[in-house]
Design a protein around this ligand. Structure first.
Ligand SMILES: C[S@@+](CC[C@H](N)C(=O)[O-])C[C@H]1O[C@@H](n2cnc3c(N)ncnc32)[C@H](O)[C@@H]1O
Length: 276
């Protein structure tokens, strides 16, 4: 099995969309009157959740005149947030068909279908023309990318000169690897972690200069601690949460990721790169 099939098999499964919709209803939300931020507990699939995503998008000077590409858009939380809070039209691409279908359904349910669209595609072969976008985001996707050079080259191709590319990924600090499974991979052979230095090098080779780099590891650890405290207090996970998409293995995946961040095996870094 190739990496693309492995990734899509890891994230997708039959019935995923229905499970998400059932969880939304069980959380007491009315599917006929959903607002974009109602979904934040399940559609922001990265460390820090909604608050972190909001502060990252604020780095990008987004607005109605911008065209944002979200690479590896999951079920669409970051792209919908860009439209809902910043008025920015967004296009998401993702390898996992079930995620793209769920993203489209949720976008229709919150009434953003005129501003936010999703396509099934591999980030290494983006189905867009040169310079089609002036902003790009890639949130917790690099850990699934064996060939980051090709993806960065594709993002550079579809961005206008001076366009901004924001990456938020978990990265290696040295030679040690986390214990598996983790949220993005069942085993080491499906995980493609790199150091921040390697990201910078690859971005430079693809035609970017790095404007900003920030370590958000402490926010990531606090995010996991908050999730755990809330679940402990409630005697179990909430109706709406990332566990809905991952089932029984989710607590172990989170525990391994949290331990790797606390032990300094992984760092959660943001990079904002500018197309030269
Ligand atoms: C951890 S999820 C993050 C989703 C979303 N960015 C978010 O923050 O909510 C990683 C996503 O990357 C997607 N992905 C992984 N490799 C990809 C590739 N080569 N091309 C496009 N999407 C990819 C997966 O299908 C998955 O939806």
């Amino acid at each position: 099995m190739g990496v693309a099939e492995q990734v899509a098999g890891h994230y997708g499964r039959p019935g995923l969309e229905q499970d998400v919709l059932t969880a939304v209803a069980e959380a007491g939300l009315d599917l006929d009157h959903l607002r974009p931020l109602d979904l934040a507990e399940i559609d922001e699939f990265h460390l820090g959740g909604l608050e972190t995503m909001r502060s990252l998008l604020a780095e990008l000077d987004l607005g109605p005149g911008r065209r944002l590409l979200d690479v590896g858009s999951g079920i669409g939380g970051p792209a919908r947030l860009a439209a809902a809070e910043f008025g920015c039209p967004a296009t998401g691409v993702d390898l996992t068909p079930e995620f793209v279908e769920t993203a489209r359904t949720l976008t229709r349910l919150v009434g953003l279908e005129d501003q936010v669209v999703f396509e099934t595609a591999d980030a290494a072969a983006l189905p867009f023309a040169e310079g089609a976008f002036d902003r790009a985001t890639m949130i917790h996707v690099g850990m699934n990318l064996p060939d980051k050079a090709s993806v960065f080259a594709e993002v550079r191709r579809v961005l206008e000169p001076d366009g901004l590319f924001l990456i938020f990924d978990q990265m290696l600090t040295g030679d040690a690897e986390p214990d598996y499974p983790v949220p993005w991979a069942a085993e080491a052979s499906a995980s493609f972690l790199e150091t921040p230095a390697r990201y910078r090098e690859l971005l430079g080779e693809a035609g970017f200069t790095v404007d900003l780099e920030r370590d958000l590891t402490h926010e990531g650890v606090a995010f996991f601690e908050r999730m755990r405290a809330e679940a402990d207090a409630a005697g179990g996970p909430p109706a709406l949460g990332l566990h809905v998409m991952f089932g029984a293995e989710w607590p172990q995946r989170v525990a391994h990721d949290a331990a790797a961040l606390v032990q300094g095996v992984l760092t959660a870094n943001v990079v904002v790169a500018r197309a030269t």
